[in-house]
Design a protein around this ligand. Structure first.
Ligand code: SAT
Ligand code: MN
Length: 602
């Protein structure tokens, strides 16, 4: 099989890695249905997969991870650029040579007794100018089947690659199998987990974890950390953003991208079922956008992925009916609960919990149990093509033209439901100012406020200060009329009793409608110290149980809160030394002046 490989770079890299990791076998994935089924059968035999009820959830499986391997581990994720400055203050930097020595030790013999799967994958429509090819070498069949859903994977990719270059992604669960030793259902090595990125060599070395973004290397490692450095060099953008098409009742359509930190509702917004009559939202992607200017001066986006790796808990017919329809079959569920009928369940899936279930750890569970049945970061892996509201242009190699960019976070206070930046520079400043209450998507405390610029904090492969400059520079590559307009939203504002004020989910179309209408300035807005705010009558609240007072609260701008916000931003920026662009200091000064009523002209 290996002999048949045409690409000499791949051939020699594979030989080098096989020599180091010493797998028992090498298998090159062709991406076929038959292969997928065979791998699933293998995973069933090794107890990694529990087959679900064929009638209720055809062709689907449940996997339970090791309880210590349940989320991305940011403190063990490293950027190995030549200098610490290139990684910047928000990344964990390691000297590339030192790290390489450590990795060579870790990976030495790490695949003993296992199969090395060669996974050729394309991030983006095969052959698109915006797409890039990667090869993941992994000793995990679970990773191989997930990559089959999440990317365009298999023989066609090798063909497309020809003798070209590719991003090298190496992954091992870090548990060699000695002769005669039996395997566990979820092999992993949490004490030694390392996810190392070499942006200069476009390569990733991931060891010890089999979960999500730690192991499916096309996603955060390649499509964000490595791709963001490629994008900086070649004048494009690799962003942690969903992509949607929005159509108004007159049939006019516009595309938007939106950046939110992990587990803040990107998948829900990407498949939103509009509550306003005549409005329609269609999905291009729910997590990552790669964007480039077209010859016409407009920004075009593709979704580099081919599947959804969505958070299960909270997903319901109310929050995201289209996600449930998408994962009704041909899906992999990880760390959710199992019902007595051999179907899946998670918190909020149904109004009433099942009377009994097996929790994500494999223990008996009832609604009286103190612990959640599904892990808060449990996930479904499901094909994009099964999404009932998939946008017709989802696979268009040219991408879709973007009219607006939306930034959001999870904020109980201060940030209004929606506002618009004054211009591109101010919009970039808004993106840089995103902070959000932490979620279960990363290991650590949940609910703590942290700065997460552009929702890229754990995903930017280089100095975040330079990333800000890159965004500003991108704004000089087109004209103001053709650049997307920039907005900020916050669905998560709470009242004095701690209840969410805004209903969210399908009702967010009301906010998208305002954004849609602002893009061409079809409606007026109010200049406020923080940006353009809606005239309240322009937020369509027809049929919504929302008092005037509550609507007002959603847009209240408290001077003291915002001065504090500015203070926090200044502190945050100070870590970048001379790196944050001068214009950010201007933006800060102007924001403060406007808040204090000191500035008259904008
Ligand atoms: O990084 S993951 O792919 O595990 C999910 C996320 O954090 O968005
Ligand atoms: Mn994400």
């Amino acid at each position: 099989m290996v002999e048949q490989l045409q690409n000499l770079r791949l051939k020699s890299w594979l030989a080098e890695i096989a020599d180091l990791c010493k797998p028992e076998k090498i298998y090159i994935c062709d991406g076929s249905d038959r292969e997928y089924d065979e791998l699933c059968a293998l995973l069933e035999a090794s107890k990694t997969f529990i087959p679900l009820n064929q009638e209720k959830r055809p062709h689907s499986f449940l996997a339970r991870s090791d309880a210590r391997d349940v989320a991305r581990v940011e403190e063990r994720t490293f950027i190995c650029s030549p200098t610490e400055k290139e990684a910047g203050p928000t990344n964990n930097w390691r000297d590339p040579i030192e790290m390489r020595a450590e990795l060579l030790q870790l990976f030495d013999g790490c695949m003993k007794g296992r199969t090395l799967y060669v996974i050729p994958f394309s991030m983006g429509p095969l052959g698109s100018e915006l797409a890039e090819i990667g090869i993941e070498l992994t000793d995990s069949a679970y990773v191989a089947v997930n990559m089959r859903i999440m990317t365009r994977m298999g023989a066609a990719v090798l063909e497309q690659l020809g003798d070209g270059d590719f991003v090298k992604c190496l992954h091992s669960v870090g548990v060699p199998l000695e002769e005669g030793a039996s395997d566990v259902a979820w092999p992993c090595n949490p004490e030694k987990t390392v996810i190392a990125h070499y942006p200069q060599h476009s390569s990733v070395w991931s060891y010890g974890s089999g979960y999500g973004g730690n192991a499916l290397l096309g996603k955060k490692c390649f499509a964000l950390r490595i791709a963001s450095t490629m994008a900086q060099k070649n004048h494009w953008l690799a962003e942690h953003m969903l992509i949607v098409g929005v159509t108004n009742p007159e049939g006019e359509k516009k595309y938007f991208v939106a950046a939110f930190p992990s587990a803040c509702g990107k998948t829900n917004m990407a498949m939103l079922e509009a509550s306003l009559p005549g409005w329609k939202v269609e999905c291009v992607g729910d997590d990552i956008a790669w964007m480039k200017f077209g010859d016409d001066g407009r920004l075009y986006a593709i979704n580099p992925e081919a599947g959804f790796f969505g958070v299960a808990p909270g997903t319901s017919m109310k929050s995201n009916p289209n996600a449930l329809r998408t994962c009704a079959s041909n899906s992999i569920f990880t760390n959710v609960a199992l019902t007595p009928e051999q179907d899946v369940w998670w918190e909020k899936l149904t109004p009433e919990p099942p009377a009994t279930a097996t929790d994500w750890l494999g223990n008996p569970w009832t609604p009286e149990s103190a612990r959640a049945a599904a892990h808060p970061n449990s996930r479904f892996t499901t094909p994009l093509e099964q999404c009932p509201v998939l946008d017709p242009a989802w696979n268009d190699p040219a991408g879709v033209p973007i009219s607006g960019i939306i930034f959001g976070g999870r904020r109980s206070h201060t940030i209004p439901l929606v506002y618009q930046s004054f211009n591109w520079q101010h919009g970039v400043f808004l993106g840089a100012s995103v902070s959000s209450e932490t979620t279960a998507a990363m290991k650590g405390v949940v609910g703590k406020l942290r700065h997460d610029p552009f929702a890229m904090l754990p995903f930017c492969g280089y100095n975040m200060g330079d990333y800000f400059s890159h965004w500003l520079e991108m704004g000089t590559r087109s004209t103001a009329a053709k650049l997307p307009k920039i907005f900020a939203v916050n669905w998560f504002k709470k009242d004095a009793e701690g209840r969410f004020i805004w209903p969210g989910f399908g009702e967010n179309i009301r906010v998208l409608k305002w954004i849609f209408e602002r893009v061409d300035e079809d409606i007026e807005a109010q200049k406020s110290p923080i940006g353009y705010l809606p005239n309240l009558e322009d937020i369509d609240c027809t049929g919504l149980q929302l008092s005037k007072q509550a609507l007002g609260d959603l847009f209240a701008i408290e001077q003291s809160d915002w001065l504090q916000e500015a203070e926090g931003m200044q502190d945050y920026l100070s870590q970048f030394g001379e790196q944050p662009p001068d214009s950010f200091h201007e933006e800060l000064a102007q924001l403060r002046a406007r808040l204090k009523g000191e500035e008259s002209s904008l």
